[in-house]
Design a protein around this ligand. Structure first.
Ligand code: FAD
Length: 379
C-alpha cells in the first residue's frame, strides 16, 4: 500500500501554497522571503538529505565577492557594467545574510582575503597589480570604501608560505562558520513558519490545470507554485538547464600550534582555496587537474586531487610544520558560462533559482530573495 496516507495527512501536510525543492542557502532564503511577505502563506521545503546535501553545508565559508584575477576574467565575459552588477549582487547577498542572522551567529570574521601568485605566474600577477586601482574604483560605490585591494607582499613571510612571489590583499573579504550559518538559517526559516521535510526526494513535477503535483518518495504534494533550488542537481528535474556540476574536494588538517595563517586565501587563479578554521587549515580545490572527472553530481574523493591538496599543504602553505589530514569531504557546485544565477519561471507555475557558480555564500541570499519575490508576484 503506497504511503498509507490518511485524509488528514494529505490535507494538512501534503498541500501548500508554495513547495520549494532543496534546503540550501537559496531555497531557505526564498522560503523566508515568502513568509516575510505574507505570514499566511503555507511554504514547504522538501530536502532529500537528512541534512541539506549539496553545497551549502559543504563549502569553505569564504565570504568573498571577487579576487582580482577572477574579476579580470569575468570582465572579459560580461563587460565592466555586468561585472559591477555582479559584484553588487554578491555584496548585497552578504549584507542580507549578515543582517538576517547576525555576525556572531554565523561566525563572521573579517581577517581579510589574499590572492597568492607563484613565480611562474609573474605575468598574470603583474596584470593583476596593474588593475588594482581600476577595481578599487569600480567597487567604491558598492562597498563604500576606498583602496580595498592592495599589494601585500610584506605579509608572505609572516604567514610562513614557501614559493610565493606576490600577494594581493582584499581588506573586506571575510569568513564565516558554514555549519553555524546553515543551522541558524534553518532555525530562522522554522521560526517564521516554514515547514521543512527531510529525507524527501522529489522525483517528478507535473503541472495540470493550474496546480502542481510534486511526486516524492514520501508521497504526492500539491502546490500552487513550485520553486526548484536544487542547484547542481537541477537537470534531474529540469533537463537541459544550462548548469554543469563541479565537485569540490575539501580537507581539514589536525590542530597546528601557533598557526600563523589567518584569513581566506586564493591560489592558482582560485582553483585552490584555504583558510584558518579554529587552529587548523581548511584547503579545497584541484578540480582543474581533471575537469571531466570532477564534472559530476557524485560525492567522493580521488587520489589525484587528494595528493595535490596534501602536496600544496606540505610544500607551500605549511612547509615547516607537521600535520595530518583529520577531515575530508566533497560538495557539489553548479557552474555555467555566465556567472549570474538563473532565476526564472521555467514552466507554467514552476520556477527555478540555481547556479551560484561556487559563490553562494555571497550571492545565495540575494538569489533566494529574488526568487521568493518572483514567486510571490505570480501567486
Ligand atoms: C567544496 C565547496 C566549497 C565552496 N566554497 C564556497 C565559499 O567559500 N564561498 C562561497 O560563497 N561559496 C562556496 N561554495 C559554493 C556555495 O556553497 C554554493 O554556491 C551554495 O551553497 C549553493 O546553494 P544552493 O542553495 O543553490 O544549493 P545547495 O546548497 O546545493 O542546495 C541544493 C539542495 O537541493 C537538494 N536536492 C537536490 N535534488 C533534490 C531532489 N530531487 N529532491 C529534494 N532535494 C533535492 C540537495 O540535497 C541540496 O541540499 C562552495 C561549494 C563547495 C561544494
Amino acid at each position: 500500500m503506497a504511503h498509507n496516507l490518511s485524509y488528514w495527512e494529505k490535507q494538512s501536510f501534503f498541500t501548500a501554497d508554495v513547495v520549494i525543492i532543496g534546503s540550501g542557502i537559496v531555497g531557505l532564503n526564498a522560503a523566508i522571503t515568502l513568509k516575510q511577505k505574507s505570514s499566511k502563506l503555507s511554504v514547504v521545503v522538501l530536502e532529500r538529505g537528512f541534512l541539506p546535501s549539496g553545497a551549502s553545508t559543504k563549502n569553505a565559508g569564504f565570504a568573498c565577492f571577487g579576487s582580482i584575477s577572477e574579476l579580470i576574467e569575468q570582465e572579459q565575459v560580461c563587460g565592466t557594467d555586468g561585472l559591477h552588477n555582479l559584484i553588487g549582487k554578491r555584496w548585497n547577498g552578504l549584507k542580507k545574510l549578515r543582517n538576517l542572522l547576525g555576525d556572531k551567529t554565523i561566525g563572521f570574521e573579517n581577517y581579510g582575503g589574499f590572492e597568492l601568485f607563484k613565480p611562474q605566474e609573474h605575468n598574470l600577477a603583474n596584470v593583476c597589480v596593474s588593475k588594482l586601482s581600476h577595481y578599487n574604483k569600480l567597487i567604491e560605490d558598492i562597498v563604500q570604501e576606498t583602496n580595498v585591494y592592495t599589494e601585500a607582499n610584506q605579509s608572505i613571510d609572516s604567514f610562513g608560505f614557501r614559493g610565493i612571489d606576490i600577494l594581493l590583499n582584499n581588506k573586506l573579504e571575510s569568513q564565516i562558520n558554514t555549519g553555524m550559518m546553515m543551522k541558524a538559517l534553518i532555525e530562522k526559516a522554522q521560526s517564521v513558519g516554514v515547514t521543512i521535510y527531510n529525507n524527501c526526494q522529489v522525483n517528478e513535477i507535473i503541472e495540470e490545470n493550474n496546480r502542481v503535483f510534486v511526486l516524492t518518495n514520501q508521497g504526492k504534494f500539491y502546490a500552487k507554485k513550485v520553486l526548484i533550488t536544487t542547484n547542481a542537481f537541477v537537470n534531474e528535474l529540469l533537463p537541459n538547464t544550462a548548469v554543469l556540476p563541479g565537485r569540490g574536494q575539501v580537507v581539514v588538517t589536525s590542530p597546528i600550534k601557533n598557526l600563523k595563517i589567518k584569513g581566506t586565501f586564493h591560489y592558482d587563479k582560485g582553483y585552490y582555496y584555504f583558510r584558518n578554521i579554529d587552529d587548523r587549515i581548511l584547503l579545497g580545490g584541484g578540480r582543474n587537474l581533471d575537469f571531466k572527472t570532477e564534472e559530476t553530481t557524485e560525492f567522493g574523493e580521488t587520489d589525484l586531487v587528494q595528493k595535490s591538496l596534501h602536496q600544496l599543504l606540505k610544500e607551500v602553505i605549511l612547509p615547516n610544520t607537521n600535520f595530518t589530514i583529520e577531515h575530508k569531504w566533497s560538495g557539489i557546485m553548479a557552474f555555467g558560462k555566465q556567472l549570474t544565477p538563473i532565476i526564472e519561471e521555467a514552466k507554467p507555475n514552476i520556477f527555478c533559482a540555481v547556479r551560484c557558480n561556487g559563490m553562494g555564500i555571497a550571492i545565495g541570499s540575494q538569489t533566494g530573495e529574488e526568487a521568493g519575490d518572483m514567486v510571490f508576484e505570480r501567486l
